[in-house]
Every structure is written in structure tokens, then in C-alpha cells.
Design a protein around this ligand. Structure first.
Ligand code: PMP
Length: 394
């Protein structure tokens, strides 16, 4: 039969990202394309101990249905994590989610009617673009520089689109660029959101993984009007397979969020919630995050050194102070999809920049990941990449 899908399903046979990931998955290819945390730092033993304790002491509760807002034991722990991030909140403002991906999806479902305008950084996280598109959003991209979203361009976009419903931003160690919004811009950003009365979706999966520079409070810290919905996740600081994240927001938004979540999946995995809460009780999460940051710092430095040694001298690249990605911009008018094919022939892969742009992509851009590759792989892979770039740019 001919299946008649809704408009929410992408109306294209052209799964570019799928093709990229498939090419990158070839075992001969060294891939800097993924965005996976380093699995050797997953706290397997500690998690096992936490799980044992949960089964021994609260097994029946943990295996039962739970509630959509999330288990109180975990939300109590999240209040403490938020305090460390300079956001003062209480347990009733926190909702547990099945990862930030679900937070993004449910918020988009709650706020976006077909044709509504949303503002994003350009480039931005490609799965968010997919979510916004599936709800029929009109996506407006705002230019960034090394200090994050440009506030002059943000205000221009707000003036040009007074109908704007919300702005989505990843202020710290952004995916895909690794860039961080400066302190001044954070303050200005919230002031502009207040002035133009729009909702803010702040996506912060990487902020805790800082290895250089001064810590910056999230936008939520500067939010005097309770319009910022803050989202974070255990995926990068503990384990993505456990699929747990959270939102911190206004009570009215949260009560509607809970209703939407209930119809999406009733609640997030109850067992995982109890295990992570127990893990946080039994272990020093900040010590663990420090280990992650130290390893990523080391890998970042190696990759940076290789870029300096192997890439064409006029290539530009970001210098993230944390997180998992470096963003590269090549000079001239380079078709990055073609470049990707050349690189795969050299057995090395990245994610071409095109997919991260809501509208017109910037040519010659791509994302490199350094969190999930060991030293030797970085050295060999970056040499291959440098050779491929030189061959392609000749
Ligand atoms: N937002 C951004 C910017 C991300 O990079 C990711 C994961 N790659 C997510 C959200 C989703 O994370 P989670 O595993 O919490 O669903």
C-alpha cells in the first residue's frame, strides 16, 4: 500500500545524516563524526553498586510505574546539581525527562503551531532542527561568532519577526561549534528575551564539562521573569544509555509539560531514576566530571595540535573551553559534502556543516569530535584528514 504519513515525517528520501554516519561507521574509517562520550569513563562498577543497593532496598518501588514529573529522590539530587550551576531552584520546578532530546521534543510540541517562528543559533544542533521542522516551525537562524550568538543580529531577527514564539540556544560549548556565549551576551540575551517577550529554551548538555577558562552561569541564572526553560541531561556527565535528563522551569509550563509527557511515555525509566539518584548519593559526581573534563582536555589539545600541524594554514577553527566539538571553517568556496566523500576515500570522517544550518549552509564548514577517540587514533586520523584537505583544496 501507499503509506500516507503526516507532515511531521520528513518528506524526503534523502537521509543525508544517515548516509554520513553509515560511511563513518566503516571500520576502515577513523571517525571524528560521532558525538559519543568516552565509554572508558562510564562509572560501571559504581553504577552496579548503586543498582545493587536499589534492588536490595527499594526494588519494588523502582520496578513499579512512577509519575510523569519524575521521582522525588532524583529531583532532590538535581536541585543540588543546579545550585552548583548557580541556579537556585526547588524540587517543584524540576521535571525528569527521557533525555534532553525528549525535553526539546515536548517543548516544541507544546509551543509550536505550524508556521510559528522560532529563532536558533546558526549553526545549531541538527536534531533540534529536525524536531522544529516536524512541528512546522519557520526557523530563523542568527549568526554567531567566537562569543556565541551575535546580539545585534538577534535583535535584528526579533524586530524582523515580531511574531517569534521562542528562541532555542546552547550557550555553553555549543554543538556543533564548541563556542560559548560570553557573560555580557548572556545578560543581554535575557534582556532581549524580556523586551520582546519570548520564551527561551536553554539547552545545556555540555556546560559542566569545562576544562579551561572561567565558569559562566547559565542563562537561567539571569532569568528574572521565569521565561527560561533550562534543559540538561545525565548523558554527558554519567551515561547516555540510561536516557535521563531534566528541565527547570516556571510552574505553569511544568504542569503542562507533565501532561504532555504523560501522553508521550507516562514517565521516564523509573529504575534508571532510582539508580542515578543512588549513584549521586554514594559518589562524588564532581570528581567524576573532573575526570571526564581532564580526558577531553587532553584529547582536545592533541586534536588542536594536529590541526595546527596538518591543516592548511588559512583554515579557521574554534577553541572550545569544554565540551566535545571543534568547528572548522575552510577558506574559499568548498563544497563540504564533496570534501566529505574525498575524506572517506582517505578513511577519515567528520560531519559536514550543512546539516547544522536551518536554511542556507555556510560552505566549507565541518564538525570534529574528540571525546570518543584515543591518542593514536587522533594522531593517525588527523594526519589523514590533513592530507585529504590538502588534496581537495589544491
Ligand atoms: N542537545 C544537544 C545540544 C545535544 O548535543 C544532545 C546530544 N547529542 C542532546 C540535546 C540530546 O541529549 P540526550 O542524550 O540528553 O537526549
Amino acid at each position: 500500500m501507499t503509506f500516507e504519513y503526516s507532515k511531521r515525517v520528513p518528506q524526503t528520501d534523502n537521509d543525508v545524516v544517515g548516509e554520513i554516519l553509515e560511511a563513518a561507521a566503516n571500520p576502515a574509517v577513523i571517525s571524528f563524526a560521532g558525538g559519543l562520550p568516552a565509554p572508558e569513563l562510564f562509572p560501571v562498577k559504581e553504577m552496579q553498586k548503586a543498582a545493587d543497593t536499589v534492588f536490595e532496598t527499594e526494588g519494588q518501588t523502582a520496578l513499579q510505574y512512577s509519575n510523569a514529573i519524575g521521582e522525588k529522590v532524583l529531583r532532590d539530587e538535581i536541585v543540588k546539581l543546579m545550585a552548583d550551576r548557580k541556579v537556585t531552584t526547588t524540587v517543584d520546578h524540576i521535571g525528569v525527562t527521557t533525555g534532553s532530546e525528549q525535553s526539546i521534543d515536548l517543548l516544541a510540541k507544546m509551543f509550536i503551531n505550524p508556521g510559528d517562528t522560532v529563532i536558533v543559533e546558526e549553526p545549531t544542533y541538527l536534531c533540534t532542527l529536525d524536531v522544529f521542522r516536524s512541528y512546522g516551525a519557520n526557523i530563523v537562524g542568527v549568526e554567531m561568532d567566537e562569543n556565541g550568538m551575535r546580539m545585534d543580529k538577534f535583535e535584528e531577527a526579533l524586530k524582523a519577526h515580531p511574531e517569534t514564539k521562542l528562541v532555542y540556544t546552547i550557550p555553553t560549548f555549543q554543538n556543533p561549534t564548541g563556542r560559548t556565549m560570553s557573560l555580557d551576551r548572556r545578560k543581554e540575551f535575557v534582556e532581549l528575551a524580556n523586551k520582546y517577550d519570548i520564551l527561551v529554551m536553554e539547552d545545556d548538555p555540555y556546560g559542566a564539562i569545562r576544562y579551561e577558562g572561567t565558569e559562566l552561569p547559565p542563562l537561567k541564572h539571569f532569568d528574572t521573569q521565569d521565561r527560561v526553560v533550562y534543559m540538561s541531561t545525565f548523558s554527558k556527565i554519567l551515561a547516555p544509555g540510561m536516557r535521563l535528563g531534566w528541565i527547570v522551569c516556571n510552574l505553569d509550563v511544568l504542569s503542562n509539560f507533565v501532561v504532555m509527557k504523560q501522553s508521550a511515555d507516562l514517565h521516564s525509566d523509573n529504575l534508571s531514576q532510582h539508580i542515578i539518584a543512588k549513584f549521586l548519593e554514594q559518589n562524588d559526581i564532581y570528581k567524576h566530571i573532573k575526570e571526564i573534563s581532564d580526558l577531553y582536555h587532553h584529547r582536545f589539545e592533541l586534536m588542536l595540535e594536529a590541526i595546527k600541524n596538518e591543516f592548511p594554514a588559512d583554515a579557521k577553527y574554534s577553541h572550545p573551553e569544554g565540551g566535545m566539538f571543534i568547528w572548522v571553517e575552510l577558506p574559499g568556496d568548498v563544497d563540504t559534502m564533496e570534501l566529505f566523500k574525498t575524506c572517506v576515500e582517505h578513511n577519515v570522517a567528520f560531519v559536514p556543516g550543512d546539516s547544522f544550518y536551518p536554511n542556507q549552509p555556510k560552505r566549507g564548514t565541518f564538525r570534529l569530535n574528540f571525546s570518543n577517540v584515543d591518542d593514536e587514533t587522533i594522531k593517525v586520523g588527523m594526519k589523514r584528514l590533513g592530507d585529504a584537505l590538502k588534496a581537495a583544496l589544491q
